[in-house]
Design a protein around this ligand. Structure first.
Ligand SMILES: [Zn+2]
Length: 124
């Protein structure tokens, strides 16, 4: 493992995220720390970069486990929205169906993430 990879894993563990990638249907998203200056500048707790060359979800440090889970799920749903080719004119039923399908795929394909999410919500 390179130094940079080791450092990335350490940062993610410090953030209490035990996964560094999420497979979102057909796309692998890198998970990274959102730097504090970006949180302050854009008033966000997370971002989802959707470029096909470098799909990436960035998450800020959080104090509360459920707030962290909320932000991760929020950005993950943006990733699902893109992966399922939804756009701003979607009809509600079609959008909800596509997101449910994508979310099931994500939970099945990312067992570490699924276990982590349940733990954040205090579900054993
Ligand atoms: Zn959003």
């Amino acid at each position: 493992m390179t130094h940079i990879k080791t450092i990335r894993v350490m940062i993610l563990l410090l953030m209490a995220l035990p996964f560094k990638r999420l497979k979102v249907v057909s796309t692998d998203y890198k998970i990274e720390l959102l730097p504090q200056h970006e949180c302050d500048t854009y008033s966000v707790a997370g971002t989802c970069h959707q470029t096909p060359q470098d799909p990436k979800i960035k998450i800020a440090k959080h104090k509360e486990p459920t707030a962290l889970a909320d932000t991760v799920l929020h950005e993950l749903l943006h990733a699902c929205w893109t992966t399922m080719n939804l756009d701003g004119r979607e009809e509600e039923e079609r959008a909800v169906s596509a997101l449910a399908t994508a979310l099931i795929a994500v939970m099945r394909d990312n067992p570490k993430f699924s276990r982590w999410l349940l733990k954040q919500c205090n579900i054993k």
